[in-house]
Design a protein around this ligand. Structure first.
Ligand code: RP5
Length: 171
């Protein structure tokens, strides 16, 4: 592990139950992380400091999650050239999560945020691992194993269903 490669930030500790999934999957891929709270609205100067120093601190990717008026991922992307993956969160102040989705997704030209599905912190972690996998053979190999296992799991289910519905096939 060692120095953090992926930074995981969230607007509030109330986002942690969702964002934990990004940390868990990255740990599974043996990718070192740092995880903290950075609020675009409540700690704007901390957000600027975090994003402005991210690259020199050794981070390669930032995952940023926020709910409601979710400016955090976009604002971080406006400050750093590191790839930013945004996780829209359905939070206590969300209108069904759409506010957060659109705030993170609809970035203006020039400042992209790779937006995953609502609450999809796990996918954000996998995407970050895929970026890291471009430069690290072990991560790349681990991702291939992950995909193979996922495929095998589905194929097992196909067999189970075939067994359950065998009568239907015979007709
Ligand atoms: C956003 O406001 C945070 O990302 C969080 O999803 C939401 C609610 O924050 P709390 O009021 O729970 O701290 O900035």
């Amino acid at each position: 592990m060692g120095k953090a490669q992926v930074g995981i930030v969230m607007g509030s500790d109330s986002d942690l139950p969702v964002m934990q999934a990004a940390a868990d999957i990255l740990q599974q891929f043996n990718i070192s992380i740092e995880l903290t709270i950075v609020s675009a609205h409540r700690t704007p100067l901390r957000m600027i400091e975090y994003a402005a120093t991210a690259q020199e601190r050794g981070l390669k990717v930032i995952i940023a999650g926020a709910g409601g008026a979710a400016h955090l991922p976009g604002m971080i992307a406006s400050i750093t050239i590191l790839p930013v993956i945004g996780v829209p969160i359905k939070s206590s102040n969300s209108i069904d999560g759409w506010d957060s989705i659109l705030s993170i997704l609809q970035m203006p030209n020039g400042v992209p945020v790779a937006t995953v599905a609502l609450n999809a912190a796990k996918n954000a972690g996998i995407l970050a691992a895929q970026i890291m996998g471009l430069y690290n053979k072990e991560t790349s190999a681990a991702l291939h194993v992950y995909k193979t296992l996922m495929q095998e799991e589905v194929l097992d289910k196909v067999e189970t269903l075939k067994g359950k519905f065998a009568n239907y096939y015979d007709k």
